[in-house]
Every structure is written in structure tokens, then in C-alpha cells.
Design a protein around this ligand. Structure first.
Ligand code: GLC
Length: 642
């Protein structure tokens, strides 16, 4: 520690006391906490008091931490890869849509266990404003659970039961904004200057106009602009998302501390992973798009360190849906290496999987992933096929150029394809926030985008078979890529778009609700019947989970390298870790593809007996070629470096 930091550490340690473990962590991570906060707030007169308040919150949290959470702290300090192992499988659901209430979720844990789930992300569950509330992303009280879902005690009980079953619970922390109805915003409107300074507000349009010159819009159709005039406040309020979501001012140290306290409270309620929502937007700078600013990474390092000191069992997952070159920074690079988020959504892989499926070609995926830096040591991706949000085509000119594509044309093609407008498209999605020029993001469930809806409505058995294969090949890549795979609720049963989403007036303006259906427990009841659609998708996903668990090479910390298969329709993904190697071959073609056996030989993997089609049938080897059926995938294993 530098001398001035050492002096501050000595003061903090004397103030806080605590047990040995806490004292060691405070010392070990003091610089990592101190430096970003001093860089961000050192010159702010509010900082000294905020710093003391933060230290007190750390001491309090550590002191009040329950014995079984302390044990977990210890366990995860010894096994910091607990989220990155090949045994992990995540599931994402709205508590109410999945099981009514938090108690209901407890009753359904057996279903998730049957699937092999080890991690459950329950969508925003803290007390939100009445609808519309952006699916819970407009919080009025971070200290309470949404009343219809239950209470903080129910959350604690759910976390405890999950812990006993070896499952981790992930909860959202919405830190870019609060609801307009949050107590801080209400106080601001009542004339409280300290609370007014929690938000970014302006007396007239001069500043907002200056920012708007370079600001994109998140919801241009439904919430145009980034500022909202508030009559009661008599000021313009920064509202990146909807008018009722007021952006917090993270340049204010008191805001940092308030949100750190929210995280610490959730940590002591037994939450294992915090999903940090919309983090690219946390810091604003005129003349930029106000995303991915360097200060965001200081903030994330500081939040992460707060947890490391007081509740080290808790991990952070960044939700940063950004361009390929920005994405990896959320896992900690440069001076933040090893200090930022444990997980970040790999939105690029997700978008490129859909691109591969529509074009039948894997080369854009291969070249883009090749050009991206790997996940830094100790961190991992959250890999997924789709989420509760729309799919944005994170395809840059540079990446498209590598495979001779025009990025804009390709994005337009993908939009038309998944909206079901492109000739021959199997998809039944809907464009979201369309822009002039034919570009848009896309909504729809995995099954509807992958052709199952069309197959059932207009197709035959062969179409159904192809659609199921598409669903499985998408998941095979997400399960093999390295990181924590996240399954979105209902995708394990092939659930199609919710046709009735518009009937709910609170949702009618937001077509993302099309792919946020209520769980169909009748469909789930058919999951063990192999003759049903549900049974076939369920069995396929379970086979993938088992294949993943059985392969050490799939650990997130291992090598991830796309390889050339000699056929641009077939993705090759080489994984290696701890003396084992796996090559995933995944075909994005609707026709059968012969792949040279040499690919396996070159990469030191064998066509062993584990090599099999998605439905479990052994693969056909014909002389020097392996024959991959439409959308088939194969896992080939071999020894890695010993
Ligand atoms: C995140 C959420 C999205 C929400 C936004 C604003 O991107 O995933 O659903 O609209 O943040 O909170």
C-alpha cells in the first residue's frame, strides 16, 4: 500500500474492528476500493462523510452476516471458480410468471433440479412502481420485495432452501435509475436539495440539448429522447429509458454509497449473484454516447470490492449489451484485471448464433469471436440463446467486412428474416423499435424464432423436427462456449410466443412481452413423454446439460477457440482445460453436411463412442467423412495438454 493509503487503511481498520477474516480482506482489498473511489470522488466535499458511511456499512454487514453465509464466504474464497465450472447451468424466470410468488418458486425447485439447474435468476423482484414499470426495472423501494411476490423473509427463506440444494440465487440491482415514485425522487420534488442531487436534472434545455447531440435513444418509439420535463419538479430529468425511470447521478458519492448499501442488504439476505442492470449507462460525458465511459469501470470495481470485503460469497454479473470491443472490459481488463465483474452477458455470441441460423453460415460468428479478446483470467461469460429483452444485432462494419458482408445489409436481412418477412424464413418474431432504413431489434421466443411456431401452424413433421434441431444446436453452442449458460424459462419446453401479450394494457406498448409468457405447467407435465414436442426439447436440453457436466474441457477458464472445419456452414469450437479437450461441431445448415475426419485428427480428438446426434443416435462415419445431419452437433473428445 502507498503511504497515504496505508494511513487511511489504518484508520478504517481501527474504526471497524471485525473478525480475522474481515480484517484480512479489508487490508487485502483496501487499495482496490480506495483508488477508484478517490479517483471518482476525491475532490467532492460530500466524499469524506460518504466514505465513513460506506466503511460503516461494510463493518455492519460483515458483523451481521449469518454463520452459514460466512461458511459460504469461506468456501467460495477457496473455490473462486464456483460460477465457471462445467457443472453450472442457469435458468431465468419472472417469479410471478414462473410460480406466482417466491413461495411458489420454492415449490418448483424440484423441476429445476430435474433439468440440472444450479443457478436461478429471478427477474426484478424488488418493490417497483405500479405498472407500467418496465418489468420491475423501476424500483420504489430497494429494501422490500414486490408485495405480490412476498416479503424479504420469503426471499431469505428461498435463498436458504436453494443454498441447501446447492443452487445459487441471482437478483437484479437496478443502479442506473429509480422509479419516479422512489422516496429519493419524491423528496427531490418536495424541495430536498440533497435528494435532488441524487438525480441529473436541469432547469432548461441547454444542457439536455448539448447531450442529446450525441446520445442514442434506447426506446425511440415508446420513450423518445433522453430527458423528460417534470411539471412538479419544474426541471428536465435525465431519463435514458422510460419517462418514469429517473437516472441516478453516479458522480455523487452519496449515490454510490446508497447503492452499495442496497447490494450489501441483498448479500445478507442470502442472494448469491447480483445482476447489475444497464451498467454501461452509469457515467455521462458530453460529446459521447454516454455509454462505456472509463469511470463505469471504476464504479464497477468499487462495487465489486465492497462485496469482496464484506460478503465475498457474492458475485457480480454485468448487463452490458454493447459492441464486441467494449464487452470484455466488463470482465476486468487493464488496471481492472481480476477486479471487475465475475460474469458478463455475451450478447455478441447470442446475436451471432441467430445470424448463423438465418444465413446457414457460421463464418461471421467464427471470425468475430476470433477477433475478440478472451475472457480475462478468473472471469467468465454468461452465455445464452435469448433473454427477456429484444435481440439487438451487435454486428459491426469491421466484423462483417471480415467475411465480405455489409453490416447494415446483414442486419436488415436478420430483421426481415426473424420478423418472418424474408422469403423462406421459418421465424415468427416481431421487429422492435424499427428505424428508418429497415433495421430493427427482434422479439420472439427461441422456439418461435427457430421455426417451431411456423412448423406447428403451417408445416409438417419434418419442419417440427428441423425446428427442434435448431433449438438444440443454438443451446449446444451456448452450453459449450465457456461460462455460465442461461436457459430462459419455457425454452426447455419449446414454448412459443405469447399470443395474448397485448391484452394486458400495462404491457401493450412493449412487444418484449411477446416472449415473456407465463409458464405453461400443462406443457411441463408432458416433458417426460418422448412423443410430445415438450418431451423432445426437454430431453435434448437435459442431454446437453449432461454432456456439459461430463466434460472438464468446458470449464470457463479453459481455452476457447473457434476452428476452421473446411465448411463455413459448420462451426468448430475447440475447448481445452485440465488435460482434456473437446471439439464441438455444430452445423447451421438445413441439409446434411459431410465433414472431413481430418478436422478431428488435426485437433487431437476422436470419433469416440460419445459422439452422437442430438437425439442420441450414433453419428455416421463414411470413409473419411463424418456426416452431420441438418443442424446436428457433435461433441468429440481427446486428451489435452497433460
Ligand atoms: C436492462 C433490462 C431491460 C430494461 C433496462 C432498463 O437492459 O434488461 O429489460 O428495460 O435495463 O432497466
Amino acid at each position: 500500500m502507498r503511504p497515504e493509503v496505508r494511513a487511511r487503511h489504518a484508520r478504517a481498520a481501527a474504526r471497524l474492528g471485525g473478525d480475522d477474516a474481515f480484517r484480512i480482506r479489508l487490508e487485502r482489498f483496501f487499495t482496490e476500493l480506495h483508488d477508484p473511489l478517490h479517483a471518482l470522488y476525491g475532490a467532492d466535499q460530500r466524499f469524506p462523510a460518504a466514505w465513513d458511511a460506506l466503511l460503516d456499512a461494510l463493518g455492519r454487514t460483515a458483523a451481521e452476516r449469518e454463520p452459514d453465509l460466512r461458511r459460504l464466504d469461506h468456501e467460495r474464497e477457496i473455490t473462486p471458480d464456483w460460477l465457471h465450472r462445467e457443472q453450472t447451468l442457469g435458468y431465468v424466470a419472472y417469479a410471478d410468471r414462473f410460480a406466482g410468488t417466491l413461495r411458489g418458486v420454492r415449490e418448483r425447485l424440484g423441476y429445476l433440479e430435474e433439468l440440472g439447474v444450479t443457478y436461478l435468476h429471478l427477474m426484478p423482484l424488488l418493490h417497483a412502481r405500479p405498472e407500467p414499470n418496465d418489468g420491475g426495472y423501476a424500483v420504489v423501494d430497494y429494501g422490500a420485495v414486490q408485495p405480490e411476490l412476498g416479503t424479504m423473509d420469503d426471499l431469505r427463506a428461498l435463498a436458504r432452501e436453494m443454498r441447501e440444494r446447492g443452487m445459487a440465487l441471482c437478483v437484479d440491482v437496478v443502479l442506473n435509475h429509480t422509479a419516479r415514485e422512489h422516496a429519493w425522487a419524491r423528496a427531490a420534488r418536495a424541495g430536498d436539495a440533497r435528494r435532488l442531487a441524487f438525480y441529473r436534472t436541469f432547469p432548461d434545455r441547454s444542457e439536455p440539448d448539448a447531450y442529446e447531440a450525441t446520445l442514442p435513444e434506447v426506446f425511440p418509439d415508446t420513450a423518445p429522447g433522453n430527458f423528460t420535463w417534470d411539471e412538479e419538479l419544474g426541471r428536465w430529468v435525465w431519463t435514458t429509458f422510460n419517462a418514469y425511470q429517473w437516472d441516478l447521478d453516479h458522480a455523487n458519492p452519496e449515490v454510490f454509497v446508497a447503492l452499495a448499501e442496497v447490494m450489501l442488504t441483498l448479500a445478507n439476505a442470502g442472494v448469491d449473484v447480483l445482476r447489475l442492470d444497464a451498467v454501461p449507462f452509469l457515467w455521462k460525458r458530453k460529446g459521447t454516447d454516454c455509454q462505456n465511459q472509463p469511470e463505469v469501470h471504476d464504479l464497477l470495481q468499487a462495487y465489486r470490492t465492497v462485496l469482496r470485503i464484506a460478503a465475498p460469497a457474492v458475485a457480480c454479473k454485468a448487463e452490458a449489451i454493447v459492441a464486441p470491443r467494449e464487452l470484455v472490459r466488463y470482465l476486468g481488463t487493464g488496471r481492472h484485471t481480476g477486479l471487475e465483474c465475475d460474469l458478463a452477458y455475451h450478447n455478441v455470441l447470442m446475436a451471432l448464433e441467430w445470424s448463423a441460423l438465418a444465413s446457414g453460415r457460421a463464418d461471421l460468428l467464427v471470425r468475430t469471436v476470433e477477433a475478440m479478446p478472451p475472457a480475462p483470467p478468473g472471469a467468465g461469460w454468461a452465455t445464452y440463446v435469448r433473454s427477456h429483452d429484444d435481440i439487438g444485432w451487435a454486428i459491426t462494419d469491421e466484423d462483417a467486412g471480415r467475411v465480405g458482408e455489409d453490416a447494415r445489409l446483414h442486419r436488415r436481412f436478420l430483421t426481415a428474416f426473424y420478423a418472418g418477412e424474408f422469403p423462406g424464413s421459418f421465424a415468427r418474431g416481431a421487429p422492435f423499435q424499427p428505424r428508418p432504413g429497415g433495421e430493427a431489434r427482434i422479439n420472439g421466443t427461441t422456439a418461435s424464432l427457430a421455426g417451431l411456431q411456423m412448423a406447428l401452424e403451417e408445416g409438417d413433421d419434418l419442419d417440427v423436427d428441423l425446428a427442434i434441431r435448431r433449438i438444440l444446436v443454438l443451446h449446444a453452442v451456448a452450453f459449450a462456449f465457456g461460462g455460465l449458460p442461461l436457459l430462459y424459462m419455457g425454452d426447455e419446453l419449446g414454448m412459443r410466443n405469447d399470443t395474448r401479450w397485448v391484452e394486458d394494457p400495462a404491457h401493450a406498448g412493449d412487444s418484449r412481452w411477446m416472449h415473456r409468457p407465463r409458464m405453461d405447467w400443462d406443457a411441463a407435465a408432458r416433458r417426460r413423454d418422448p412423443r410430445t414436442i415438450e418431451g423432445r426439447v426437454w430431453a435434448g436440453i437435459r442431454r446437453l446439460a449432461a454432456a456439459r457436466r461430463a466434460r472438464r474441457a468446458l470449464h470457463a477458464h479453459g481455452l476457447v477457440r473457434p476452428v476452421d472445419t473446411g465448411d463455413r456452414h459448420v462451426l468448430g469450437l475447440l475447448r481445452e482445460h485440465a488435460g482434456e479437450r473437446t471439439l464441438l461441431l455444430a452445423s447451421f445448415a438445413a441439409q446434411r453436411r459431410p465433414v472431413g475426419v481430418r478436422v478431428a485428427r488435426e485437433h487431437g480428438v476422436a470419433l469416440g463412442e460419445r459422439a452422437a446426434e442430438p437425439d442420441g443416435r450414433p453419428v455416421a462415419v463414411d470413409g473419411d467423412t463424418v456426416v452431420l445431419e441438418a443442424y446436428a452437433h457433435l461433441w468429440l473428445d481427446g486428451p489435452g495438454e497433460r
